[in-house]
Ligand binder design. Structure first.
Ligand SMILES: Nc1ncnc2c1ncn2[C@@H]1O[C@H](COP(=O)(O)OP(=O)(O)OP(=O)(O)O)[C@@H](O)[C@H]1O
Length: 869
């Protein structure tokens, strides 16, 4: 078992951070690289963004410092080569030994994940060697892999694939086809140990063979350019997706030549783990990215916690499902956490470091040698042969025809795919339907919530109106209360003064009474002293005593009464009035607190309403409306497509009908016109025929006569010729006889030769005279024809029917053409040396208005009549 190796890479401050004058808050043991003291501290707990998260127990925390420890820490001075040689190269060696390895780059957007993994930019050319300084882990690994394989002289095969995970959707970055990719678990039953091993694979993902570094880098570049990137606040070319570049190595085993060891290297560039609002990424997208990253976090948490380790939630996201083996599985894994040193990113840096320190505790059980996946050579060759034969059959099919052709198997496969796509489409449309229903329901609920909102608003308005109306009343009550309070104090004061006055007057009264009493007593005493001598002194004494007693009683009575009155007043003032006053005050307080509570409640309700309103409008703006817009546009597209198809069909049928109707009309019109023409022509022909017959009847006897005469001349000439011939032949025979039977000393008689030649010459003259006579006769016939209503027209051969040619021909040509035509019609063979004019003249109507078409028709008719005749 070994822990995931966790490495932190801190880049230097970028332009944005420098421009923001954001100070460096990260403290590293070494600005380049530290493996012996791999500490990293954040200097400030509070940042511009607020309080940073609480440190976990494994971190040292002083008041303003939070320190983490990792396996390796790289600073801004560390270059690509250094990181590669310490992190990737050891893993490459293990990979060559047959161990599955994974390197993950994790961190906030713009901190250098893609830089670390690929190092591409528009200027550098990775396909040129030596590798540029900025080349990241993938190009360096590809280069080193082939170097090592060549050095080892191993029998190997390398395949690569490039996968993108964007919003939980998989894309094959090395394929032009948009085939649906599916994560599936496969069982590698060909393990050497015989035990069935499970691994996660991706159906339909292209795995392309590469033979050298250049081929590998070409594929990497192709896939890299297809990645989804957007400009965010933090990075102009921010990768919005997770990508996995996978290298698979099949290496022949040294001890068993029939077996190939298979190892896999996953090079993962994760999407930014940023805070949505700060990075400026689209909410849904960031949600999708974070869903995978959160799932990754949960997997790491579960792997950390023995209680949760019973069920590791690998299937919560595509990313964790695919990387199942890399986290807590049989793969040797390294995580590179990239961070920014600036204070403005301190929050994200802290959360990245927290994440990374949790990952540090995850334990994997990398397998090497006999435990790793082994494939029989036969199976490997069989797989490859199948692949090649399929490609070949596709190629053959394509070569034999133009366009894209597939062999039967591929076609069937395509059909199956097509069928499954159709099913998916159906499912999709069903989903759309259900979604649109949900949309409707949402719309309904939205309307309801709007209604609710408006009713709450109106209630709120009523309440605020009530509050408004209550406020002056409360103020009124308050002022009344204060007035009453002043009245009460005034009254109390008055009462107090009255009481004081009454007590003083009572005292005064008592003193006055006692003075008076004392005076009366003195008077009485005086009277008594005067009357002491008298008899009634005893009575007077008694009366005096009685009077004194009564007076005393009265005094006491008065005092007690005054006291009770005073107490009564006091009680009244201190008791009832106070209680009334207290209850009044309490009431006012109660009323005030009630007012304040209702005010607070109303304000809370207003804030809640505002939040709900914002949420609703945000939801409506960002998700609901986008979804609705998308579904509406999809529906629109679908409807438009349908409409277009039906329109197209309608147009087609209308056009067909129109064409048929036009053809029918044209045929009808042409037939009628033709019939008309034929009828007209027939009339013409009939007239011509009768004329012709008349003409022929006139001409024929002359011709017959001429012929008869010529016949006679011919016969005589013929006879003469025959005679001459027989004579000649006799002479020849006799000559030859003479030649062969005469003795050599006897020469033939050459004196007869001049005679013979003379005879031949005279015969020749006779013949030419006769021929001249025939010619003049024919001229005579022609002249005769020209005078009549018809002229003898050259009956052209079919090749000479064009009117221009006819018009352009000279008389000479016309005559020769008459002759040619006549010969072509005559059964007598054409003799170019002695052309014989046709005995049956062809005719042409002298009327020049007749169109060429009519002319042609007429000629045809005449020629056919000619033939018949
Ligand atoms: N260590 C480094 N040295 C030099 N430049 C760096 C370093 N790290 C990153 N950069 C530069 O910072 C910029 C952003 O880097 P990068 O695109 O790799 O970020 P990221 O983490 O992959 O972002 P995102 O998640 O948005 O794709 C790039 O221009 C890159 O060249």
């Amino acid at each position: 078992m070994s822990n995931i190796q966790v490495v932190v890479r801190c880049r230097g401050r970028n332009q944005q951070e420098i421009a923001a004058k954001s100070p460096i808050v990260l403290d590293l043991t070494d600005d380049t690289f530290s493996i012996t003291e791999p500490y990293i501290s954040i200097n400030q707990l509070s940042s511009a963004n607020g309080i940073l998260g609480r440190p976990s127990s494994s971190q040292d925390t002083t008041a303003n410092k939070k320190t983490y420890k990792f396996d390796q820490v790289y600073g801004s001075q560390a270059d690509q080569g250094l990181l590669y040689s310490h992190v990737a190269l050891p893993l490459l060696s293990e990979f060559l030994e047959g161990v599955n390895v994974t390197i993950l780059a994790y961190g906030q957007t713009g901190t250098g994940k893609t830089y670390t993994m690929c190092g591409f930019n528009s200027n550098n050319k990775m396909d040129e060697l030596p590798l540029p300084e900025v080349a990241g882990i993938i190009p360096r690994t590809l280069f080193e892999l082939f170097e090592k394989l060549e050095y080892m002289g191993a029998d190997y095969m390398v395949k690569v694939s490039y996968l993108e995970i964007y919003n939980e959707e998989l894309t094959d970055l090395l394929s032009n086809h948009n085939r649906k990719l599916r994560v599936h678990e496969k069982v590698n039953s060909t393990s050497k140990t015989g035990a069935a091993q499970k691994s996660v694979g991706i159906q339909n993902l292209s795995e392309l063979c590469i033979n050298n570094y250049a081929e590998g880098i070409k594929l990497l570049k192709t896939g890299f350019n297809r990645k989804k990137t957007t400009a965010t606040n933090m990075n102009e070319t921010s990768s919005r997706s997770h990508t996995i570049f996978c290298i698979q190595l099949y290496r022949k085993q040294e001890n068993d030549e029939s077996m190939y060891k298979v190892s896999k290297m996953n090079l993962v560039d994760l999407a930014g783990s940023e805070n949505i609002s700060r990075s400026g990424s689209i909410a849904k997208e960031a949600g999708g990215i974070n869903q995978s990253l959160l799932a990754l976090g949960r997997v790491i948490n579960a792997l950390n916690d023995p209680k949760l380790s019973q069920h590791i939630p690998y299937r919560e996201s595509k990313l964790t499902h695919i990387l199942q083996d890399s986290l807590g599985g049989c793969t040797k894994t390294a995580l590179i956490a990239t961070v920014s040193p600036a204070q403005i990113n301190a929050m994200e840096t802290c959360s990245t470091l927290d994440y990374a320190s949790k990952a540090k505790n995850v334990k994997n059980t990398p397998q090497s040698g006999h435990d790793s996946e082994v494939v029989l050579k036969k199976i490997l060759v069989k797989n490859l042969t199948n692949e090649i034969s399929q490609l070949n059959s596709d190629l053959m099919a394509t070569r034999h025809k133009n366009g894209i052709y597939l062999d039967q198997k591929s076609y069937k496969k395509l059909l199956l795919e097509n069928e499954s796509l159709k099913t998916q489409l159906r499912e999709g449309s069903m989903k759309i339907e259900s979604l649109s229903k949900k949309c409707d329901a949402l719309e309904q609920s939205n309307i309801e919530s709007k209604d609710e909102l408006s009713s709450v608003k109106s209630e709120n308005e009523v309440l605020s109106k009530k509050v408004g109306s209550l406020e002056p009343r409360l103020q009124d009550a308050n002022s009344k209360l204060s007035k009453r309070e002043t009245t009460i104090t005034f009254l109390t004061e008055k009462l107090q003064s009255v009481l004081e006055k009454s007590s003083t007057s009572a005292t005064m009264l008592t003193t006055l009474l006692s003075i008076h009493l004392n005076a009366s007593m003195d008077l009485l005493r005086d009277t008594m002293s005067i009357q002491s001598s008298s008899s009634s002194v005893g009575e007077i004494n008694d009366f005096q005593k009685q009077f004194e007693n009564d007076l005393q009683n009265f005094k006491l009575n008065l005092l007690s009464k005054i006291q009770s009155y005073q107490e009564n007043v006091q009680d009244k003032v201190n008791g009832e009035l106070r209680t009334t006053f207290e209850s009044l005050r309490e009431n006012i307080h109660h009323l005030h607190s009630l007012y304040q509570k209702s005010h607070v409640r109303i304000q809370e309700a207003m804030a809640d309403l505002k939040v709900a309103n914002e949420k609703l409008s945000g939801y409506l703006k960002e998700e609901y409306l986008t979804d609705v817009e998308k579904s509406i546009s999809d529906k629109h597209k679908e409807i438009l497509q349908k409409d277009f198809l039906s329109l197209y069909e309608n147009m087609k049928s209308i056009l067909h009908k129109e064409i048929e109707r036009s053809i029918h009309k044209a045929v009808k019109g042409t037939t009628a016109a033709t019939h008309n023409e034929i009828a007209k022509e027939r009339e013409h022909v009939i007239t011509f025929e009768s004329n012709w017959k008349d003409q022929v009847n006139d001409i024929v006897p002359g011709i017959e006569k001429e012929l008869e005469e010529n016949k006679h001349v011919f016969e005589t000439s013929n006879r003469k010729l025959q005679e001459l011939y027989s004579k000649g032949s006799h002479s020849v025979e006799s000559i030859s006889k003479h030649k062969f039977h005469l003795p050599l000393d006897k020469l033939p008689d050459t004196a007869a030769l001049p005679n013979i030649s003379k005879k031949i010459e005279s015969f020749d003259g006779l013949m030419s005279q006769k021929l001249q006579e025939i010619g003049s006769n024919l001229e005579h016939i022609q002249k005769f024809d020209a005078k009549s209503a018809f002229e003898i027209s050259p009956l052209k051969s079919t090749n000479d029917l064009s009117p221009q040619k006819e018009c352009g021909n000279s008389d000479q040509q016309a005559v020769s053409s008459i002759r040619r035509r006549a010969f072509s019609l005559s059964p007598v063979k054409y003799n170019s040396r002695t052309p014989t004019p046709s005995k049956i003249p062809t005719m042409k109507r002298s009327n020049t208005n007749i169109s060429n078409e009519d002319e042609t028709k007429r000629r045809k008719v005449l020629s056919s009549i000619n033939n018949v005749i």
